[in-house]
Design a binder for this molecule. Structure first.
Ligand SMILES: Cc1cc2nc3c(=O)[nH]c(=O)nc-3n(C[C@H](O)[C@H](O)[C@H](O)COP(=O)(O)OP(=O)(O)OC[C@H]3O[C@@H](n4cnc5c(N)ncnc54)[C@H](O)[C@@H]3O)c2cc1C
Length: 413
C-alpha cells in the first residue's frame, strides 16, 4: 500500500483538480478523468482504477474534489467492492469502470418471498444453456430495480449440493424481456423497492462474480459491505461550478432522491429532536428533556462506534463484529428518536403531509412509518444478534438438521 500524509495528499489532489476539472465536460467524461487518474476510489488497487492508498484517503480525496468546485465521484455501492474482492478478472474488467463513471446503475436481487433472513434458502434457479444461463424465479424488496441496468443476482445452480454450496452470484442484465419489475408501494407512500419476476431471463455465461457454485461467499461480502454502509447520504452539489457536468449530476441526484429521500427519516432524525422540543415549547418538560438527552447520547455513542470501525478499517484491520453492532446501534437510535419526537408531538404526530398542524411539516409522520425499515434492511436486528452471538462471542450455532443434505432433499424436511 502506498504511503502519504493527509497534507501531501490534499496538495496533490488540489493541484490535479485545478488542472483537470472542466465544468464544460459531460458528467461521464469528467468521471472518466477521475477514474483514469485513480482518484475515483483511491483506496482501490492501482490495477483496478485506484492508487493503492489507505481507506482514509477516499474521504480526503472526495473532500478536495468538492472544494475544487468539481463533482465528486459516484459511490462504488455494494457491487463495486464485491466485484473488486471476489473477481474474477474478466468480471472486474467488464463492470468496474462503467460502475465508477455512473454509466451503469445497479440493484441487489437477493431476497425472495420465502428467503429473506434465511437467504441461502433461495429457489430462483439458473441453468446453463450453451453460452447463456437461463434464469427462472422471483425476487422481492429490490431497491432501485425499476431504474437499474444490472442486478447482483443470487440463483441456485446446483440442487444436489448442500444449501449454501449450490448458489452462484451473477450479474443480470435488467433490460430484457425475461425481467419484469413491479414497484411496491410502502406505508410511507414512497415506492423505492420492487418485485422482480424472472422468466427465462438470460445471462452471458461469464457474467459471474466469484466462481460458479461459490456464490454464498460473494453474497456474504456484499452483506458485510451493506451493514457497514448504513444509510445513504444525499448527494451534495452545493458550490459545484455551473456547466453540463453539474446539470447531469443534478438530474442523477434527483433520480436517486426519488428512491432515497426517506432514508434520513428511516434513521429517526435524531438530529432534529432538540430543536423539535424547543420549537414545540416542550423543552421544559422533565420527561421530554430526559428523552431528548437519551437520544442525543445514544446517537453520539453510535457515531463513536462507527468512527472506531472507520479507524480500524483505515489501519487495514479486517471487518469484525462492528458492522453488526453498528447496525444494531442505528436501529436503537432510530427507535429512540421516533419515541422522543412522539413524546414532543403527541397525537399530532400522526398528521401527515402539508396539514398546517403536521409537526415538522409532515416529516414526523414520515419518520414514524419509516423507522421500522431501519431494523429490517440489510439483515434484521435478530439476525445481527445471531451473527454477533455465533461469530464473535462463540455461542452455539442454531441447530440445522438438514446440514450437508442435497438442497433438493433438505428443502422438503
Ligand atoms: C428498506 C429496505 C430495502 C431493502 N432492499 C433490498 C434490496 O435492494 N435487495 C434485496 O434483495 N432485499 C432488500 N431488502 C429485503 C431485506 O433484506 C429483507 O427484508 C430482510 O433480509 C428480512 O427478510 P424478510 O423480509 O423475508 O423477513 P423474514 O426473514 O421472514 O423475517 C421475519 C421475522 O423473523 C425474524 N427471524 C427470521 N429468522 C430468524 C432467526 N434465525 N432468528 C431470529 N429471528 C429470525 C426476523 O428477524 C423478522 O423479525 C430490503 C428491505 C428493506 C426494509
Amino acid at each position: 500500500m502506498a504511503t502519504t500524509t493527509e497534507a501531501d495528499l490534499r496538495d496533490e489532489v488540489r493541484a490535479w483538480a485545478r488542472e483537470s476539472w472542466d465544468p464544460s465536460l459531460s458528467l461521464v467524461a469528467w468521471r472518466e478523468r477521475l477514474v483514469e487518474a485513480g482518484w475515483a476510489v483511491p483506496s482501490w488497487p492501482a490495477r483496478w482504477y485506484g492508487r493503492d492508498l489507505p481507506a482514509w484517503a477516499d474521504a480526503v480525496v472526495h473532500d478536495e474534489i468538492r472544494r475544487a468546485g468539481a463533482v465528486a465521484s459516484v459511490p462504488s455501492g455494494l457491487a463495486g467492492p464485491t466485484i473488486l474482492e471476489q473477481g474474477p478478472d474478466a468480471t472486474r474488467e467488464r463492470f468496474l469502470r462503467p460502475l465508477l463513471t455512473g454509466e451503469e446503475v445497479w440493484c441487489q436481487l437477493f431476497s425472495e418471498p420465502a428467503a429473506g433472513s434465511d437467504l441461502a434458502g433461495l429457489t430462483t434457479t439458473a441453468v446453463l444453456d450453451g453460452d447463456e444461463w437461463v434464469v427462472n424465479g422471483q425476487k422481492v424488496w429490490n431497491t432501485s430495480a425499476h431504474h437499474a441496468d444490472l442486478g447482483m443476482l443470487l440463483a441456485r445452480t446446483d440442487w444436489d449440493a448442500p444449501k449454501h454450496q449450490g448458489i452462484t452470484y451473477f450479474v443480470l442484465p435488467m433490460h430484457q424481456p425475461g425481467v419484469e419489475v413491479r414497484p411496491l408501494r410502502q406505508m410511507n407512500h414512497h415506492a423505492s423497492f420492487n418485485e422482480v419476476f424472472l422468466t427465462e431471463a438470460r445471462i452471458p455465461r461469464g457474467w459471474v462474480v466469484g466462481e460458479v457454485g461459490q456464490g454464498w461467499s460473494a453474497a456474504l461480502a456484499t452483506l458485510a459491505h451493506e451493514r457497514r454502509f448504513g444509510a445513504i447520504g444525499q448527494t451534495n452539489l452545493d458550490g459545484v461550478d455551473p456547466g453540463p457536468a453539474l446539470d447531469e449530476a443534478r438530474a442523477e441526484a434527483a433520480e436517486s432522491a426519488k428512491v432515497y429521500s426517506w432514508y434520513p427519516q428511516r434513521a429517526g432524525r435524531a438530529d432534529l429532536v432538540a430543536d423539535h422540543a424547543r420549537s414545540a415549547g416542550a423543552a421544559d418538560d422533565a420527561h421530554v428533556r430526559q428523552e431528548v438527552a437519551r437520544t442525543v447520547a445514544m446517537n453520539r455513542a453510535a457515531r463513536w462506534t462507527a468512527d472506531r470501525a472507520t479507524a480500524a478499517r483505515a489501519t487495514g484491520q479486517p471487518p469484525g463484529p462492528e458492522g453488526s453492532i453498528g447496525k444494531l446501534a442505528l436501529s436503537d437510535v432510530a427507535r429512540q428518536a421516533a419515541r422522543t419526537h412522539s413524546a414532543v408531538a403527541g397525537a399530532h404526530g400522526m398528521l401527515a403531509g402539508d396539514d398546517p398542524h403536521s409537526p415538522l411539516d409532515g416529516v414526523l409522520a414520515e419518520i414514524l412509518v419509516s423507522v421500522p425499515a431501519q431494523s429490517i434492511a440489510g439483515g434484521t436486528d435478530e439476525i445481527q444478534r445471531n451473527i454477533v452471538g455465533e461469530r464473535s462471542l462463540g455461542l452455539p450455532r442454531e441447530p440445522d438438521p438438514t446440514k450437508g443434505l442435497p438442497y433438493r432433499d433438505a428443502r422438503n424436511r
